[in-house]
Design a protein around this ligand. Structure first.
Ligand code: SAM
Length: 285
């Protein structure tokens, strides 16, 4: 039921929409005071199909896979992983990559719009039929069954959780779904450098040349609000929680992960302020 609803939503949004229509599938709604939107539940409204379609049109999957290289695949192989749960499927980039590499993969996400797009992308990129499950991390065990060798939560997704309680609950749900020797791979933007170095570090991140730019428009201890501009003049925002690297590592340890290795932009050694992204590989055993 959920999946067929999601497909309908994605199909409908492809019709041209007048700017003033206020269609919630196409236009984001942050209300009168966007800086006050600091709730975990809001993520489903931020990934409107207009934003998702635009992003995916422009971010070339081939280029993304070249910049990532074999980092995640190697990590998974190194740990003898066969069965993976992608908990932040988004438009399906990593799920499709994992299927191509022969991993048994289940693709979960809390946004039905995202899953509809991911399913469509799986068919488009190599005829893969994704096993999609609409599930929020906070109640993951209710909706996804089985045990996994690895869980991946990638593309700066964990940042959407706005309370410590939600972060602990999500990590505990991930931990419970892993086999006794399973691993969690979770990445995050380097918010430490944005928080500590103030405005100078609020540089613009460009994707695909200058077709998409991302700028931290507002940053305080409890909110990083990014603005995304596209070449056709359209503009979208995401409100995220600025996670500090060591805070995430601590939470992982506290829910029970035994060993956490953190990489900076896919490297083991790095200067703290240099990488754009940190990748945590947490072992349960
Ligand atoms: N991993 C994909 C990528 O790298 O392209 C998508 C990343 S996107 C930034 C974040 C994804 O996390 C969205 O698809 C969103 O719906 C999902 N998400 C955010 N909070 C969630 C939650 N509490 N439960 C389940 N999914 C969530």
């Amino acid at each position: 039921r959920k999946n067929s609803e999601a497909v309908e939503v994605a199909g409908r949004a492809k019709e041209p929409e007048p700017e003033s229509s206020g269609n919630p599938d196409v236009h984001q709604d942050f209300g009168d005071d966007p800086l006050e939107v600091r709730t975990t539940d809001h993520y489903t409204e931020e990934y409107v199909t207009g934003f998702v379609d635009k992003w995916d049109e422009l971010i070339d999957w081939k280029a993304r896979s070249e910049s990532e290289g074999t980092f995640f695949v190697e990590q998974l192989k190194k740990h003898g992983v066969r069965k993976v749960l992608d908990v932040a499927t988004g438009t399906g980039f990593h799920s499709v990559r994992l299927l191509e590499e022969g991993f048994e993969t289940v693709s979960a996400d809390g946004s039905p719009q995202m899953l509809a797009k991911a399913f469509e992308n799986g068919v488009k990129h190599g005829g893969h039929i994704l096993r999609v499950v609409n599930a929020d991390w906070r109640w993951l065990n209710r909706d996804v069954h089985g045990e996994y060798d690895a869980i991946v939560c990638l593309g700066n997704s964990f940042t959407h959780l706005f309370t410590e309680r939600d972060r602990r609950k999500a990590l505990a749900e991930f931990y419970a779904m892993l086999k006794h020797d399973g691993i969690l791979i979770l990445d995050q933007r380097n918010y430490d450098s944005i928080l500590d170095q103030g405005f100078s570090s609020k540089h613009t991140y460009y994707y695909c040349g200058e077709d998409v730019s991302a700028v931290p428009e507002h940053v305080d201890d409890g909110l990083a609000r990014f603005r995304y501009n596209f070449a056709d003049g359209s503009e979208y925002h995401l409100n995220m929680y600025p996670l500090r690297k060591n805070y995430v590592r601590r939470l992982m340890r506290e829910v029970g992960f035994q060993r956490i290795e953190t990489y900076g932009d896919f490297q083991q050694t790095y200067r703290e302020d240099e990488p754009d992204f940190f990748i945590h590989v947490a072992e349960k055993r």
